[in-house]
Design a protein. Structure first.
Length: 189
């Protein structure tokens, strides 16, 4: 499993007792003890997420329940574990996918309708007028994720609003990977 390999790799580097650590995406760490602390804490935090996710899976929780219940405890709240380059949620999703595969366990997702077909049904129920109003309200209320997901019901019709939601989400994000992805997607529209 990739997460276990990642943890083991961090611990192997730690055991080499380096005096300088040059992480790919943060500032250098100097001093043997500082490097040791960073590598140990990082590996332990990753392992914590792995164990908590697997425990949730074994307890029969669904993906959303695990995401809602797993966060890094205070002992791992350090500058180098801030969600600037990834998110705990993304790691949980990756662990889930590796261990559970594509199926979430929800019966409706076993053989779902094509997204376009389902979106058309929803639009028929809601109507474009109510959908447009709700997207506009979500955007004005700062509910950008909701607006984005509602725009996906007819992304051609709501292209401008989708771009607005993507830009707002991108500007709000402290996670650089997420920020650049969202802003790049907005520019593609």
């Amino acid at each position: 499993m990739e997460t276990e390999i990642w943890c083991d790799s961090l611990r192997k580097v730690r055991d080499l007792e380096p005096e300088i650590l040059l992480p790919a995406m943060t500032v250098p760490v100097t001093g043997r003890e500082n490097v040791r602390t960073v590598l140990t804490t990082f590996a332990d935090a990753l392992e914590y997420i792995l164990i908590e996710t697997l425990t949730g899976i074994n307890d029969g929780l669904d993906l959303d329940e695990i995401i809602a219940s797993v966060s890094l405890p205070e002992q791992y709240q350090t500058w180098y574990l801030e969600e600037r380059f990834g998110r705990v949620e993304w790691m949980i999703r990756a662990i889930w996918a590796r261990n559970m595969g594509w199926f979430s366990g929800l019966a409706a997702e076993l053989t779902p309708l094509p997204a376009d077909t389902f979106h058309e049904e929803l639009i028929q129920l809601i109507g474009y007028e109510k959908l447009s109003q709700r997207i506009g309200r979500a955007l004005s209320d700062g509910e950008y994720q909701l607006a984005l997901q509602l725009c996906e019901l007819d992304s051609r019709r709501y292209r401008v609003q989708k771009k607005q939601a993507l830009k707002a989400l991108g500007r709000e994000s402290d996670c650089l990977g997420e920020r650049y992805f969202l802003l790049a997607r907005a520019e593609e529209l």
